[in-house]
Design a protein around this ligand. Structure first.
Ligand SMILES: *[C@@H]1O[C@H](CO)[C@@H](O)[C@H](O)[C@H]1NC(C)=O
Ligand SMILES: *[C@@H]1O[C@H](CO)[C@@H](O)[C@H](O)[C@H]1NC(C)=O
Ligand SMILES: *[C@@H]1O[C@H](CO)[C@@H](O)[C@H](O)[C@H]1NC(C)=O
Ligand SMILES: *[C@@H]1O[C@H](CO)[C@@H](O)[C@H](O)[C@H]1NC(C)=O
Length: 383
């Protein structure tokens, strides 16, 4: 047995290499740099301060709940498959991380409802996630949480099966960069959230996002807005086969704000609603609370959002744009520049834009209804 372990974990100056006979968890306890080669089935691990984890082979998540700790009783949440807790960490390597989500074990042995684990969570500063293929996540795939200066580059995420398998969730972080990622998911491809702390100064570019044809694939802000989300740039990206392309979602009970968001150069194909702004997401208010003039106060401050050069290729499944604020959560200072949303003849009808409590200006839009004040379209063209 000892001989096998010695063969399986080859060490050189704090660098270890682990294959299917080794124990990744144990290697991470002893080595600063761990390379995973071959095929491993591993229990969840914690990667800490200044460590590097290189996955070159295929890592399968532990398939049953018994290997996982329950992190928080309150949210009944399992520990992530890989938990980065610390600074100057790199997770890379060109390999595959398989969450085995098809096993969907949402219940523990006692039959309690628990949240399945996230595939990778990052809590720390100066963390780099790159060159990895994540597949089949049971829940959110990459969760950046209470973090600063984190980059996610050259990553592919392929999730089939269940909903709630978001691609990248940037939650309560500052200064993140997401560049060159491909996500196929039945929920948001990327989502900016602020559950536990302020979320600001983010960039995402070259995101290729796809849903399953009817759901998923969105570039999203919200719905957890409570600590405030601001200064987000999402550009040079593509969305395919999605229900909503750009999705901004919140509701009065969330509180907080969404400010200074810029979507620029986004191309969409086979997206039902390229723009979907929803102030009653997940209930507790309805769009009957529509207002025609800006209210003085708001439960969530949604302001200064720019949509610049958003093109959807003509498609007969295109259902138009939905911009539904409410008197408690109005949308202010929306700026539309260079919008091309063309589908069937419906595009000419005012109903192509479903609009409430949304205020701002537009120029160079097609179809032009945004610029044509009607009962349902709530703002005026800026000349
Ligand atoms: C992605 O990988 C390619 C090839 O290795 C490299 O040229 C490119 O710079 C990487 N992109 C990012 C954003 O790191
Ligand atoms: C999108 O849907 C089309 C038509 O069903 C399909 O050919 C294509 O592969 C899908 N794209 C992605 C990225 O899933
Ligand atoms: C509005 O947001 C843009 C980013 O889209 C930012 O450059 C600008 O300073 C913001 N305006 C205000 C008044 O904060
Ligand atoms: C919009 O689509 C209709 C129907 O496909 C087409 O006749 C029209 O030329 C298109 N207009 C633009 C500006 O693309």
């Amino acid at each position: 047995m000892l001989v096998v372990v010695l063969l399986a974990v080859v060490e050189a100056r704090g660098a270890c290499s682990v294959d299917e006979r080794g124990d990744v968890r144990e290697a991470l306890r002893r080595c600063t740099s761990v390379r995973v080669v071959g095929e491993v089935v591993a229990k969840p691990v914690v990667v800490t301060e200044s460590q590097t984890l290189e996955i070159e082979g295929r890592w399968r998540a532990w398939p049953t709940p018994d290997g996982f700790k329950i992190l928080e009783e309150k949210h009944r949440q399992y520990q992530p498959v890989i938990d980065v807790v610390g600074s100057r960490v790199r997770v890379t390597g060109g390999g595959v991380l398989d969450g085995q989500g098809d096993k969907y074990w949402w219940h523990d042995r006692a039959g309690n409802h628990l949240r399945p684990p996230r595939l990778l969570r990052v809590r720390g500063e100066d963390v780099e996630i790159s060159r990895l293929h994540f597949i089949n996540s049971p829940f959110w795939t990459i969760h950046l949480f209470l973090c600063r200066r984190v980059t996610v580059t050259n990553v592919t995420i392929t999730n089939i099966g269940a909903s709630q398998t978001d691609g990248v969730d940037v939650d309560s972080c500052e200064q993140t960069l997401v560049d060159s990622i491909r996500v196929t998911a039945r929920d948001d491809a990327i989502a900016y959230k602020a559950t536990m702390g302020v979320s600001r100064a983010h960039v995402a570019r070259r995101v290729y996002a796809a849903g399953d044809g009817s759901r998923g694939g969105s570039l999203a802000v919200g719905s957890e807005t409570n600590r405030g989300i601001s200064d987000v740039l999402i550009e040079s990206s593509n969305v395919e086969n999605a229900s909503a392309g750009i999705l901004i979602k919140t509701r009065p009970s969330r509180g907080g704000y969404i400010r200074n968001i810029l979507f620029r150069d986004i191309k969409m194909a086979r997206v039902h609603r390229p723009l979907y702004l929803d102030a009653a997401y997940g209930g507790d208010t309805t769009s009957d609370d529509c207002c025609a003039v800006p209210p003085r106060d708001s439960a969530v401050d949604v302001t200064n959002i720019t949509f610049n050069t958003i093109h959807a290729t003509p498609w007969d499944g295109l259902r138009g744009a939905t911009l539904v604020g409410t008197d408690r959560v109005p949308f202010r200072d929306l700026h539309f520049r260079g919008l091309r949303l063309n589908g069937t003849a419906d595009a000419a009808k005012p109903s192509f834009y479903k609009c409430c409590c949304a205020f701002g200006d537009s120029s160079d839009t097609f179809p032009p209804s945004l610029a044509r004040p009607t009962r349902r379209v709530c703002w005026n063209k800026k000349s």
